[in-house]
Ligand binder design. Structure first.
Ligand SMILES: Cc1ncc(C[n+]2csc(CCOP(=O)(O)OP(=O)(O)O)c2C)c(N)n1
Length: 319
C-alpha cells in the first residue's frame, strides 16, 4: 500500500534533512573540530524508507554510516553534532563520538567492532518477546559486516526464537576500501535468509518507495509474531569510506561513482513527487531552506556547548 501524501512528504523531508546534516559535517570536517571522524551516508538516503515504517516504541541499531537513523527517529541534530565534537551536551556526554546512542528515541547505537550491534539487537528483540510487547527491532548492517560471526549467530537465533527483528543490509558494494567481491563469498546478502529459514528480499536501495514497501511488510510480519526477515538494499556510498582524509582514495573507478550519482535517491524521489503533484517547486525550496536553517541552529548549539570537565572521565565506568 502506497503511503499517504503526508507521509510521502515526511519521507522526502527526512531525506533532505539527512543530506543537509551530511553537508554540514563535511563542511566542518576540515576545521579539525570533529575528532570522532565521520562516515558519510550521502547516496544511501533511501534507508529513510525503512525507518519511516517504524513506530516510536520500536528499536533501532545502526551501522557506522550516516545520520538518517537519528534524524528520522526525532533526535536533535545539535546534540548529534555536539557528540561528534566531544561536547558535554552530546547524546553520550561527548564520550561516544560517532558511536553514539540515543536511548530515549530507542536508538541503541552501534559497536566499535562492526557486527557488534547484532547481538544487542537480538537482546532487544528477546526483551520485547519476553515482555509480550508488540514493538519490533530494526537492525542495519553493511555488506562487509554480513561476514562477521556475530551477524550470523544473531540471525540464526532470531529465526530459532521467531524474534520480532528486521535485518536490513545496506549493501553499498564496498566493505571499507575492499570491493565486496574480494571479501564476501556471496553476491546477494539476501541469500543468507534461506540458510536461516527466514524471508529474504533484494530491493533497489535508491528507490525509497520500494524500500518502504519491502520493510513495511517485514515490520508487519515481525509485529504479528511471525518472526524475522532480511532485506537487502542495493545502494552505494558516494563519499569516501570516511571523511577527513585519513584513508587512501583512488581505489574506485570514477565512472562507477559517477554512474551512481545519477541514481541519487533524493533526486529520484523528488522527480516522482513532482510528477505526481504531491510536491511543488515552491515546497522543494522551502523544505531545503528549512533543513539548512535547522542545521545552522544545530551548529550554533554544538559550537556554544561546553566540553566536559576532566572529572567526567571518571563517570559512566563499570569499575
Ligand atoms: C571487527 C571489526 N573489523 C574491522 C573494523 C574496521 N571497519 C570499520 S567499518 C569497516 C567496513 C565495513 O564494511 P561494511 O559493513 O560494508 O560497511 P561500509 O563501511 O561499506 O558502509 C571496517 C572494516 C571494525 N570496526 N570492526
Amino acid at each position: 500500500m502506497e503511503p499517504a501524501s503526508e507521509q510521502l512528504l515526511e519521507i522526502y523531508t527526512n531525506m533532505v534533512r539527512s543530506r543537509a546534516f551530511e553537508e554540514l559535517v563535511i563542511s566542518i570536517m576540515p576545521k579539525g573540530k570533529i575528532p570522532a571522524g565521520w562516515m558519510s551516508g550521502v547516496g544511501q538516503e533511501g534507508i529513510v524508507g525503512a525507518l519511516s515504517g517504524l513506530r516510536e516504541d520500536d528499536y533501532v541499531t545502526y551501522t557506522h554510516r550516516g545520520a538518517y537513523y537519528f534524524l528520522c527517529r526525532g533526535s536533535d541534530p545539535g546534540r548529534i553534532l555536539a557528540e561528534l565534537y566531544g561536547k558535554r551536551t552530546g547524546y553520550c556526554g561527548g564520550k561516544g563520538g560517532r558511536h553514539l546512542a540515543d536511548t530515549k528515541h530507542r536508538l541503541f547505537g552501534k559497536s566499535g567492532t562492526i557486527g557488534g550491534h547484532a547481538p544487542i539487537a537480538v537482546g532487544l528483540a528477546t526483551a520485547v518477546q519476553i515482555r509480550g510487547e508488540d514493538s519490533v527491532v530494526m537492525s542495519f548492517f553493511g555488506d562487509g559486516t554480513s561476514n562477521r560471526g556475530t551477524t550470523h549467530e544473531s540471525m540464526n537465533l532470531t529465526s530459532v526464537w521467531k524474534l520480532p527483528l528486521i535485518w536490513v543490509c545496506e549493501n553499498n558494494g564496498w566493505a571499507g576500501l575492499t570491493p565486496s567481491s574480494m571479501s564476501t563469498a556471496y553476491t546477494d546478502v539476501a541469500d543468507l535468509a534461506e540458510a536461516y529459514s527466514i524471508p529474504g528480499r533484494i530491493v533497489d536501495g535508491n528507490d525509497v518507495l520500494e524500500v518502504h514497501e519491502a520493510t513495511r511488510e517485514a515490520v508487519a510480519r515481525a509485529r504479528a509474531g511471525a518472526g524475522p526477515s532480511l532485506i537487502e538494499l542495493k545502494t552505494y556510498r558516494i563519499r569516501e569510506f570516511a571523511e577527513g582524509g585519513w584513508f587512501p582514495t583512488g581505489y574506485r573507478d570514477p565512472e562507477e561513482v559517477e554512474a551512481w550519482k545519477k541514481r541519487d535517491p533524493i533526486e529520484r524521489f523528488r522527480a516522482v513527487l513532482l510528477s505526481r503533484g504531491v510536491l511543488t517547486a515552491g515546497q522543494v525550496e522551502e523544505i531545503q531552506q528549512k533543513a539548512v536553517e535547522e542545521m545552522q541552529v544545530a551548529q550554533k548549539f554544538a559550537d556554544e556547548s561546553e566540553f566536559p570537565p576532566v572529572e567526567d572521565a571518571f563517570t559512566d565506568l563499570y569499575a
